[in-house]
Write a protein that binds this ligand. Structure first.
Ligand SMILES: NC(=O)c1ccc[n+]([C@@H]2O[C@H](COP(=O)([O-])OP(=O)(O)OC[C@H]3O[C@@H](n4cnc5c(N)ncnc54)[C@H](OP(=O)(O)O)[C@@H]3O)[C@@H](O)[C@H]2O)c1
Length: 317
């Protein structure tokens, strides 16, 4: 017996240059290798803070070794003001940057804050000198750190408070209970973690909602890919620190090839790869210069194709 199967196929080119294939009324979206791929321009942190995915990291507006005041304070203030003018509404800082310098400059340049500007700070590290960052996750230290950040940033509540590191010397539950209590007391709106494994995140999730994870990650350093995947599944923001691998991405040949093809710089292309790689990535490239800030900001207009992404994916091996 011969049976006949009827298949209806319809093909449409969508405005975002994906191909929509209709098969028996079911649609499959597929991407063309040489057309640009689209991504979400914003991310909503913790269900209520919607920010542009290209933010700014304020660690570099300090002195050498992230210690003391910046060599050019006026330029640091200009960088912060210009970031907001360009549409940045997510700024990352920490009490330990300077220490205190970065938070103080943010308040000096931007307070009273524009509506919708999210300032995310961190606690959990001490500073004993340039480039020295001893970890301290004890509730006593965090209490002082949080009170100090609220005061310096001139805020009643921190929108996103991130634990800079889990302290192996302190039982994790003690640290997590402190953060849980600070949130219940209204001093912190949302809680994030930094430099953590999937197991660390799961443990913290027993105490509070984890809305962000900040781990070292870039096109050429993808050690934390499993954490990125977990955060994506959980709708947690993934905030790569060293998104430019502290300016070392410049030596990547494949990045240069794709950058040249788009008339872009390697820095813009490295940031664009992150924007295209996963919609839960929030970018906080750091810079102490308005020129670099403006250059980096143009990453949002670099339109990478599936071929470009495949080529850049090879950088990580
Ligand atoms: N959670 C953590 O443990 C942790 C650790 C480190 C950093 N962070 C956060 O992550 C943010 C980003 O990390 P990062 O600032 O260390 O590294 P990054 O963003 O990867 O790179 C910043 C470095 O690249 C240079 N740079 C930036 N744009 C450039 C451009 N267009 N051309 C040439 N050079 C350029 C900057 O120098 P110029 O100043 O000369 O532009 C700076 O030295 C920090 O600002 C901080 O907020 C978090």
């Amino acid at each position: 017996m011969v049976s006949l199967i009827k298949i209806d196929i319809a093909i449409d080119l969508l405005p975002n240059k994906c191909v929509k294939i209709g098969l028996n009324n079911k649609s499959i979206i597929t991407t063309m290798a040489n057309t640009s791929i689209s991504y979400q321009p914003t991310f909503t942190i913790g269900g209520d803070l919607t920010v542009n995915r290209l933010g700014y990291g304020a660690m570099r507006i300090t002195g050498k070794g992230i210690w003391g005041p910046p060599s050019d304070k006026d330029e640091a203030i200009r960088v912060l003001k210009r970031a907001v003018e360009l549409g940045v509404n997510f700024i990352d800082t920490a009490d330990s940057y300077g220490p205190y310098v970065s938070e103080e400059l943010i308040a000096e340049a931007l307070h009273p804050y524009a509506s919708g500007l999210v300032i995310a700070t961190k606690g959990g590290l001490e500073r004993t000198g340039p480039d020295q960052w001893p970890v301290n996750g004890s509730p006593d230290h965090l209490k002082t750190a949080l009170e100090g950040s609220l005061k310096r940033l001139k805020l009643d509540q921190i929108d996103l408070y991130q634990l800079h590191r889990i302290d192996p010397k302190v039982p994790a539950e003690k640290t997590f209970e402190f953060l849980q209590k600070a949130q219940q007391d209204g001093k912190i709106k949302h809680i994030g973690l930094s430099e953590v494994s999937v197991d660390d995140i799961k443990k913290a999730q027993e105490f509070f909602e984890v809305v962000s994870v900040q781990n070292m990650y870039s096109v050429d350093n993808r050690k934390w890919e499993p954490v990125l995947q977990y955060t994506k599944e959980q709708n947690i923001a993934f905030i790569p620190w060293f998104p430019l691998n502290a300016a070392n991405v410049a030596s990547q040949e494949k990045l240069k090839e794709v950058a040249d093809k788009h008339g872009a710089t390697v820095y813009q292309t490295a940031l664009s790869w992150l924007l295209h790689h996963s919609d839960n990535i929030l970018l906080i490239p750091g810079t102490s210069s308005v020129k670099h800030l403006e250059e980096n900001h143009k990453a949002v207009s670099v339109e990478l194709t599936a071929d470009d992404m495949q080529h850049l994916d090879k950088i990580a091996g």
